[in-house]
Design a protein around this ligand. Sequence first.
Ligand SMILES: [Zn+2]
Length: 269
Amino acid sequence: MEPVSSQPQKIAPRTNLWLESRYRKLKRGLPQTIFYCPKCKGDRRRRKQCKHCEGFGKLTKESVQELIGRRILPRMQAKTGKFHGAGREDIDVLMLGRGRPFVYEVVGARNPDVDLEELRREIEERAEGAIELDPFVRVRRERVVYWKNTHFDKIYRVGVEMTGEPDAAAIAAASTFAGVVVQRTPQRVAHRRADLDRERALEVLEVVTKGSAELEMRVKCQHGTYVKEWISGDDGRTVPSLSSLLGVPCRCAQLDVAEILTDDPATTA
Ligand SMILES: [Zn+2]
């Protein structure tokens, strides 16, 4: 009988790696990162008694981060993953066009040499149309800082609901608006942001009327523009606003990011 070898199996060392890509989010209600319950913060012990999330610890089943990590982490035998997006959109906002750049940080991978293209296809397949990804590129950790500190203009696709019917001249004027908008800190974020005036460049690219009470627009905005407030006027805190240009109260019914106007493609490590 052969003696059983007492030699322990060699365990691969753990390494960290950074994968850059862009995501397109094609389903509403999907947050970018894990949406922890605000009451218990997802804490393992506290969430058991939490009525707000009924012990789930999160407010949505999935996020872009989880759809990606769920496939990457087991394949790379990694401990955990961190999601670094180049900004973020609200949970109900679609991310279209070329998508939003991000770096997925894989922490403690024992098996980092997997086929990234196969992995990407697997993520998309399991996401069932909720997200699409550009091919992953292995990058240096510095890319996380680059995307965090660099801001880009964006093109939004906006669905507008109007109360009342603006005249044709007003619609024509709004359709060609390009200029500076002064925005005082919106009421909805005033509790957590300093109350001050910001100047932002804004350009209307396209307006399509949909019946008498609806518009669909494409608007190019400098980074940091509060688009919803530009539409409503936020009780006179944003000047000029679409409401003031059209002479009727307007409301943002739907908002999507059509494009983030980034300047450079990913570079490999
Ligand atoms: Zn909770």
